[in-house]
Design a protein around this ligand. Structure first.
Ligand code: PMM
Length: 272
């Protein structure tokens, strides 16, 4: 059964700005709500990776995420830390995180694989070609699925060589990371091949622009609101599940849980 990873973004634009303690409290409360909604794990991140986003100082990132990671881990949650910084990853694991979610697949920080190898943590390797500031400049593919598969396989090999056993690895096709509109759909249409790499697969489509582009043409995609994007995300989650995804990373846990339950009943010929 596909697991649901709930998103807890601890960035100034994700929670109203009542100062850092208020922000941590709001993020913790949000995480607890996602658990109540049925999340199997929580992904805590302190750096926005939206297209065009600026980098965050790793000390500021740690200041944002560590109190949230430790509070949610203490509450019994399986916590994932969404970071490209090895020091932040190590500090979060020390604070109770069990998964390191590196959207750059270890490419942004040379120390990442060593930091994870020296712990018991699992590592999610995202497909990535460069930072958000200019990631579309690298969205140049002759064969998006073939290239993403080859590049992910190379990162899996590198992580294994660095001492992280395959059983502790997860791969993510990196939807929206250095990929434009239809490149994401083309890549998702090859999800069974990503699953064929033999490593658990995590898929993150939640609220991303390419979903809105399937619902409204051109600039009108900007007007597709959160409710419609969450519904589209629930559909992609159910389809990813049917293709063998290990987990989906989403904002709206309730909608995705419902979609997964319906898809499961469809497959099994009986309500769960
Ligand atoms: N997408 C975002 C952030 N972290 N992590 C993984 N593993 N996969 C993703 O697709 C992914 C991620 C960007 O989305 P957000 O800004 O809405 O959190």
């Amino acid at each position: 059964m596909t697991l649901v990873m709930g998103i807890v973004n601890v960035t100034p634009d994700s929670f109203s700005d009542g100062g850092r303690y208020a922000r941590a409290d709001a993020a913790i409360a949000h995480g607890l709500q996602l658990l109540a909604d049925g999340a199997d794990m929580l992904d805590v991140g302190g750096e926005s990776t939206r297209p065009g986003a600026e980098r965050v100082d790793p000390a500021v990132e740690r200041d944002r995420v560590l109190p949230v990671v430790s509070a949610l881990a203490d509450a019994g949650a399986v916590v994932s830390i969404d970071t490209m910084n090895a020091e932040t990853a190590a500090a979060a694991v020390a604070a109770g995180a069990r998964i390191v979610n590196d959207v750059s697949g270890g490419l942004a920080d040379d120390g990442m694989f060593a930091a994870v190898a020296g712990s018991q943590a699992e590592l999610a390797i995202g497909h990535w070609r460069g930072h958000s500031t200019d990631m579309y400049a690298r969205a140049d593919y002759a064969d998006v699925a073939g290239e993403v598969l080859a590049e992910l396989a190379a990162r899996v090999d590198a992580a294994e060589s660095a001492g992280i056993p395959r059983e502790r690895l997860i791969v993510d096709p990196g939807i929206g990371f250095g990929k434009r509109g239809d490149q994401n759909w083309m890549l998702l249409s090859h999800l069974p091949q990503v699953v064929g790499l033999g490593v658990r697969v995590l898929v993150g489509t939640s609220r991303k622009r390419f979903l809105a582009e399937a619902l409204a043409p051109g600039a009108e995609a900007d007007g597709v609101d959160e409710r419609r994007r969450d519904l589209a995300t629930a559909v992609t989650s159910a389809l990813a599940s049917a293709d063998g995804a290990w987990a989906v990373r989403v904002h709206d846990v309730t909608a995705t849980r419902d979609a997964l339950a319906v898809a499961r009943a469809w497959r099994e010929g009986a309500a769960p």
